[in-house]
Every structure is written in structure tokens, then in C-alpha cells.
Design a protein around this ligand. Structure first.
Ligand code: 3H9
Length: 653
């Protein structure tokens, strides 16, 4: 077998080139190849060594697919120590993303250069791990304690310019990276520069209080997660221990995390997310349709957010509303959202203005005649949606993709309103659509393969995570929410309080408990929907008696200042004795005896409700695989990623 690592001596420089698609991950073969190349470089005429990668990126990390399996020699920590120990200057030349173990390879080199577009980072925390090949010890020596903690506990990569500012790279190469790195290597040799080992460097001055500060912040920001706390321990070790003792601490903490449940869950989730983008039975070379312009129908919160998602990716949008007033309102919400992003430092003023300029408005469907795709985002009225699609069929050019953002309705019935059901698909965004990453792509009975492939590809372009669902009421996510919500109502009647149910779920890791979610969404929505149903369709009255009573008492949720809780002007919820009374009376009416309910019972019953429905969804072929459901729940419903998603969690217990 040929090695993915190639070594050549060019003039007086030894060049180690890694070529292991797709992302040059540090598989055993790559680690072995680097060791062998260093052996050659040690004994040949080279006076310096350059480590560089072919393909789209520098090394993107350890090979995650090898995790959880027996380790094969050489280990990455040995490889990086070997790089650092080399007697000739070693230069890492970075393009694309140098991540995790990949960046640790660069940190163990003596000098680092990068192209301006490169990014570097230590994202191990997102896999429930910490940098395990010296990253926790070398990063603070180069960048200082604060920048190191920031980089490792967030897991967010930084651009080359920022990396240079904090001392993590030495120079930015303009033009060809290989040429630039070679020229620099020759320059270093000519100047008689020696290896500069990161492990020899002192940690820049710092305030010792920073460690406890980070621990406290992370206890809130990354509630329940072990890895961020261990990263702080290791960085503190870098500051207070010898380099060797710091490495030993890192090693033992890394091994503990690798064997733990949180990392197993997050590693599952890493692959689940990438798997979700693949459609069974749809080959990789299915053709796609070009989407260079989009129309969005409906300028409400949802339509506005969808328009922003496209504009943010550089795709022009025509927003359609029924009147000039409604259009002006819709555009002003978009304007406000962009202003908010600028204020929070998420977007520069110039970028926000450029995105905003890509969104234009119209009140006549004729403006959609030439767009490549339309997304309908009006309220959930099946009749209205069908009328809109019949109209679109009349005005849109042939080949345009016609998508509905419905959360519940039958996509096939909507498609049947057109003479081109093969062009119709569901694209279910989650609110706020310009922020939430999940996109349920709903494949109708007649949706053409190229339309589906187009939407999956487009999702990535607009930075969403797509999951395919077949048609059913509520698709994957909202269908599962129904038994979950019903179970929360039964728990209230049987003895729990809203604050106990939400508290138990939030302590367990959910971003928001179910009753706070109901209050946020508005209790009147379910109330109105139930009004149109027969008693039989409504099901067990215990599952809706309390929200009905709340709505009848004028408590519609956050928007009216009260629902399951009472809200202050900052939307902070406070438990309310009136709600307790409503619950107790409803239980008495229904003949339900109240008892003490434990937090464990709350979590178990609510998660079981999700999982049982999830199983049915997989069995019926609505979801392609159970890991897709995990992706839906983590990205769409605030399920804790470190528990892997509901289906992974159920399997693990
Ligand atoms: C680590 O380094 C630990 C060390 O500190 C200590 C060790 C002792 N391994 O995301 P994409 C696959 S922990 C194996 O769609 P993009 C991925 O599954 C690691 N496979 O592309 C996919 O396969 P497929 C720290 C990997 O352009 C394909 O590559 N590093 C790895 O959107 C394309 O991936 C990280 O956490 C890997 N490390 O994004 C970085 N990375 O086509 C993780 C990717 O079969 N990776 N694959 O589905 C990323 O963040 C993104 O993949 C990257 C490219 C930004 C690199």
C-alpha cells in the first residue's frame, strides 16, 4: 500500500506532504508516514523541514473513526513530540482548516505559516474531548492563558490573521503556500535560525483568578459538560506544572473523557450530522438544479428569517406580501434583525447592508416568474397553501423548485394543486429561521430526485443541517413533540408543578423545559386548533385540560405576560400560585389523584414519549434512520448534544 505521506528533498529543504482525502485526518497510516519521513529527514542533506498538505485542507484532526477502537502505534502524542524534538527547524504550512490534532501537529512544529484564508482551531470540546496531543500545554505557551482557554473551551476556529495576532502563527503567506513556505524555510536556514520549541517557552503573565472565572462561566454556558471543565484544569496545569507533568495530566484527562458517555454521544452526533445529509437510494451524482435566485411568500417572522438565510449566503430574494403595508412591515422586521446582528457583533455593518440589499419586495406574484426557487411561508391554512401553489404553477418558470415551509400540512396535497408535483417539496425551517440550523426537507410522494438533491445541497450552502422526512402530520420533529407535550400535561395533573417539570428537564440538559416552550409558542395556537376537532380527535382531555383553562383565563403565554408562568417585562418567568390552583382543580375534575413525582420520573416519562414516537417514525420509513432523529432533536429542539439525541440516549440506557 502506498503511504499517504510523501517525503522529498528539494534543494536543502525536506518536504513532508500529507495527502489523505477528504480532510487529511491523522489516521494510523498518516501518523506512521510522518514518523518515517522524519527518520529520512534526520539523516539526509536537508537543513529544514516543511510539513504541508495536498487537497482541500491542512490536517483536520485525529481520525475520529478510529476513536473507541484499540489504539495503534504510533500515537499522536508521540508523533508531535518527535516533530518538536527534530534538530532541524520544522515549519508547518497551513491552508484550509488546521483543527484538533492537526493544529497540534502545527503547534509542535518550530515555526508556522498560513495562507490568509486559513483557519486554525481546537474543536475537541465539541466531541466531548480535550486536545490530547499537547494542545492544552503548547497553546497557552504561545497565545497566553486567556486566548488558549477561549480557543479550547469554545471549540470555535479562528482566522489566520487573529491566530497571528495572538502568536499562534508567525506569518501569513501571500500567493502560493508551498513556494512561500519553501522560501521562508530557506531564509531561516540562511539566517542560521535554530529550532524554537514551544515546550521551552514560558507562559505569558496571567491573572490566577481566570481559572475559577472560566469554571463558573462554563458551568452555566456548558451545563453538565465535563470536557470544558477538564480543559480549564489542563490549562491551569500548563501554568503551574512542568511541561512533562502538564502533558501527563492532559493524557489522563483525555483518556477519561474518551472512555466516557459524553464523548461517545458527541462522536455519534458528529457522524449522525454528516450521515443525515445523505439520501438513501440517491446517488452522489444525481444532477441538481441551479438556484441563484429565490422567492419567499409571506413576510412574517418565518418568511423574513428564511429570506435572511438566503441573503446571508449571497442569494438574492424576492419577498412577497399581500399588501404594501404588510410588505413594509416584513422588510422592517428584517431590517431590525440585521441591526440586532450588527449590535451584537455578529455581522459587520457593511456585510449586513450587503445582505439586506439582496432582499427586495413585491406584492405581485409576477415578480416570481424568473426565480429558481420559491418558498411559501404563510400561516398554516391548507386551503390557502393550495391556492398559492396553484398560482405559482401559473407564474413560475418551468424547472423552478416549489417549496412549502409548512410545519404540519400534507405536502402531497399541496403538490396536487399544481400540474408539476415533481417540482414540489417541503422545506421546513425552524424559528428564528436565520439562526436555527435545522432544515427538515420533506420528500413528497412525487418529488423528483433532482429536486431533493438540489435542496440537500442548497441547505449546506445556506449553512443549514438538512434531514430528510417523508410526509406525515408534523413530520419528524413536531410529530414527536405531541406525545412529549401530552406527557408533560399528565405529569402536571398527577402532582408535578410547571417549574418542577421544566426544572427537571433543564437540569437534565434540555435548553428549555416543555411548559416554557408552550408559553413561548403561545397557548392560543393549540387552543384554536383543538376548537376545530371533535372530542374523539382531541383525545384524552387530561392532555389538554390545563392549557384550555389557562387560555380561558386570558393566559396565552409569553405574549400576554402569563401562561404556565407569569412573565416580567424582560420575559423572566415566575411560578404562579394561580396556575397551581388551576392544575389542582383540573386534576380534581378529572378524578386524578395527585402524588409526589420525582425528577427522575419526569425525565424518564418525557424522554420515553419522544423515543417511542421516534421508533414509530423510523419503522414507518418517515425518517431514513434513527440517527436522523437525533439530528432533528439536537438542532431543532434544544436536546443536549452531549446525550447524543433521544434515540442514541435510549440505546445507551
Ligand atoms: C482530535 O483531533 C483529538 C486530538 O486532540 C488528540 C488525539 C490524541 N476524522 O464535515 P465534512 C470526514 S479530535 C475522520 O462533510 P466540510 C467526514 O465524516 C478531532 N473523518 O466536510 C466526512 O466524511 P463523509 C478534531 C473526518 O468541508 C468528510 O470527512 N477535529 C474528520 O463541511 C467531509 O467532512 C475535528 O473535530 C476527522 N477528523 O468540513 C474536525 N473530519 O464524506 C472535524 C471530517 O464520509 N471536522 N471527516 O461523510 C470538521 O470540522 C469538518 O469536517 C471540516 C470540513 C471543517 C474539516
Amino acid at each position: 500500500m502506498t503511504s499517504p505521506v510523501n517525503y522529498t528533498l528539494i534543494d536543502n529543504i525536506g518536504v513532508i506532504t500529507i495527502d489523505s482525502p477528504p480532510v487529511n485526518a491523522l489516521s494510523q497510516a498518516v501518523r506512521q508516514g510522518i514518523m518515517e519521513a522524519l527518520d529520512v529527514a534526520d539523516s539526509d542533506a536537508s537543513e529544514a523541514v516543511v510539513i504541508i498538505c495536498d487537497g482541500r485542507t491542512f490536517i483536520a484532526g485525529a481520525d475520529i473513526s478510529e476513536f473507541g477502537k484499540p489504539l495503534k502505534d504510533p500515537w499522536l502524542p508521540e508523533v508531535v513530540n518527535r516533530i518538536e524534538a527534530t534538530d532541524k527547524p520544522v515549519i508547518a504550512a497551513i491552508h484550509g482548516t488546521a483543527l484538533g490534532g492537526g493544529f497540534e501537529v502545527a503547534l509542535s512544529a518550530h515555526y508556522r505559516c498560513a495562507v490568509a484564508g486559513a483557519k486554525v482551531g481546537l474543536p475537541e470540546v465539541k466531541l466531548g474531548l480535550l486536545p490530547g496531543a499537547g494542545g492544552t500545554q503548547r497553546t497557552p505557551r504561545l497565545a497566553g492563558i486567556e486566548a488558549a482557554l477561549q480557543l479550547m473551551t469554545s471549540g470555535v476556529p479562528i482566522a489566520a490573521a487573529r491566530a497571528m495576532e495572538v502568536g499562534l502563527i508567525d506569518r501569513i503567506v501571500a500567493g502560493d503556500l508551498r513556494e512561500g513556505a519553501m522560501a521562508w524555510a530557506k531564509e531561516l536556514v540562511a539566517d542560521g535560525v535554530k529550532p524554537r520549541r514551544t515546550s521551552d517557552q514560558d507562559i505569558p503573565a496571567y491573572d490566577a483568578a481566570i481559572f475559577d472565572g472560566y469554571r463558573a462561566t462554563l458551568a452555566k454556558r456548558a451545563r453538565g459538560q465535563i470536557a470544558p471543565q477538564y480543559i480549564v484544569d489542563c490549562v491551569e496545569g500548563a501554568a503551574t506544572l512542568s511541561f512533562a507533568a502538564g502533558l501527563a495530566l492532559e493524557r489522563s484527562k483525555f483518556a477519561e473523557l474518551m472512555e466516557g458517555e459524553q464523548s461517545a454521544a458527541l462522536r455519534h452526533f458528529f457522524f449522525a450530522e454528516r450521515q443525515a445529509a445523505k439520501v438513501d437510494g440517491l446517488s452522489k451524482d444525481t444532477p441538481t438544479r441551479a438556484v441563484e435566485s429565490v422567492g419567499v411568500i409571506g413576510g412574517g417572522t418565518m418568511g423574513g428569517g428564511i429570506a435572511m438565510s438566503f441573503a446571508n449566503a449571497g442569494i438574492p430574494v424576492t419577498l412577497i406580501e399581500i399588501s404594501d403595508d404588510a410588505l413594509a412591515r416584513g422588510l422592517s422586521i428584517i431590517e431590525r434583525n440585521y441591526a440586532g446582528s450588527v449590535k451584537r457583533g455578529k455581522l459587520s455593518e457593511a456585510k449586513a447592508a450587503a445582505c439586506r440589499a439582496l432582499i427586495s419586495g413585491a406584492t405581485d406574484y409576477a415578480a416570481l416568474a424568473e426565480v429558481d426557487m420559491v418558498i411559501e411561508a404563510v400561516f398554516e391554512d391548507p386551503q390557502l397553501k393550495q391556492e398559492i401553489f396553484a398560482k405559482l404553477d401559473g407564474v413560475c418558470k418551468q424547472g423552478a423548485v416549489l417549496a412549502t415551509n409548512t410545519s404540519y400540512q400534507d405536502v402531497d396535497a399541496i403538490a396536487a394543486a399544481t400540474r408539476r408535483p415533481e417540482d414540489v417539496i417541503g422545506m421546513h425551517f425552524f424559528s428564528p429561521a436565520h439562526i436555527m440550523k435545522l432544515l427538515e426537507v420533506v420528500r413528497g410522494e412525487n418529488t423528483a430526485d433532482d429536486v431533493l438533491a438540489t435542496c440537500m445541497q442548497l441547505a449546506k450552502r445556506i449553512r443549514k443541517v438538512p434531514v430528510v422526512s417523508r410526509v406525515c402530520y408534523g413530520f419528524i420533529g413536531n410529530r414527536m413533540l405531541q406525545p412529549y407535550g401530552q406527557q408533560s400535561q399528565l405529569l402536571l395533573l398527577e402532582g408535578a408543578t410547571p417549574e418542577q417539570v421544566d426544572g427537571a428537564m433543564e437540569s437534565w440538559g434540555m435548553a428549555m423545559g416543555p411548559l416554557r416552550v408552550f408559553d413561548l409558542a403561545g397557548l392560543d395556537i393549540g387552543y384554536k386548533a383543538r376548537a376545530a376537532l371533535s372530542d374523539e380527535q382531541k383525545g384524552d382531555p387530561a392532555t389538554y385540560r390545563v392549557p384550555d383553562r389557562l387560555v380561558e383565563a386570558g393566559r396565552l403565554g409569553q405574549k400576554s405576560g402569563s401562561g404556565f408562568y407569569t412573565y416580567d417585562e424582560n420575559r423572566k418567568p415566575t411560578p404562579d400560585p394561580i396556575v397551581h390552583e388551576i392544575i389542582e382543580n383540573a386534576a380534581a375534575d378529572l378524578g386524578i389523584e395527585r402524588r409526589k413525582i420525582s425528577d427522575e420520573e419526569i425525565v424518564e416519562r418525557l424522554i420515553s414519549a419522544l423515543v417511542d414516537e421516534g421508533r414509530k417514525i423510523v419503522d414507518e420509513g418517515i425518517a431514513q434512520r434513527s440517527s436522523d432523529i437525533d439530528v432533528v432533536y439536537v438542532y431543532g429542539y434544544g436536546f443536549p448534544a452531549h446525550r447524543g439525541g433521544p434515540m442514541f440516549y435510549a440505546d445507551s440506557v
